[in-house]
Design a protein around this ligand. Structure first.
Ligand SMILES: [Cu+2]
Length: 163
């Protein structure tokens, strides 16, 4: 008597469980594709807080900014160009040493922050020595997103952004 009953229960579970699983999977798949279509399928980049401290030397400068990604897909900053410099490179800082980076990651729903003492833009072969109050144009190139052009203010040599 007992084994028979148990068999019945097992059989019932065996048939309903796959159906439930299939239903759940369909729901999940539906949600996911809807979400992708809305916003999370690509990077959505914006640039803020850009500045260039007036350089102490005539042939070299650094610049800083933040790239915010509101999208659900990561992108990479691959190159920066500017009329001010024929030699713009991406640098990271490890200890007291600067290292050249071929590209910088802009994480999904995250930020790439270039800051004093950290990751920065290195500008060599300057066209002229930038002076406080001047604005310098930069074009940021990314692996997948369209280029972003920004006007970067030249600040005092010791300038630090608030916050
Ligand atoms: Cu550097």
């Amino acid at each position: 008597m007992r084994p028979k009953k148990m068999n019945k229960v097992t059989a019932a579970t065996a048939t309903t469980l796959p159906l439930l699983l299939a239903g759940g999977l369909l729901l999940v798949t539906g949600c996911q594709s809807e979400k992708n279509a809305l916003s999370s399928g690509r990077a959505e980049l914006s640039v803020s807080g850009a500045y260039l401290p007036q350089p102490a030397m005539t042939d070299m400068a650094a610049a800083y900014f933040t790239v915010t990604n509101d999208g659900g897909k990561a992108d990479q900053l691959t190159k920066v160009t500017s009329p001010l410099s024929r030699d713009v490179t991406l640098h990271t800082t490890e200890g007291a040493q600067m290292k050249h980076a071929a590209k910088l990651e802009v994480p999904a729903k995250g930020k790439l922050s270039l800051t004093r003492g950290g990751t920065h833009l290195m500008l060599g072969k300057l066209d002229h020595k930038p002076k406080q109050g001047e604005k310098v144009e930069f074009t940021l190139h990314f692996a997948t997103s369209a280029p972003i052009r920004i006007q970067v203010p030249v600040e005092s040599t010791t300038f630090r952004p608030e916050g």
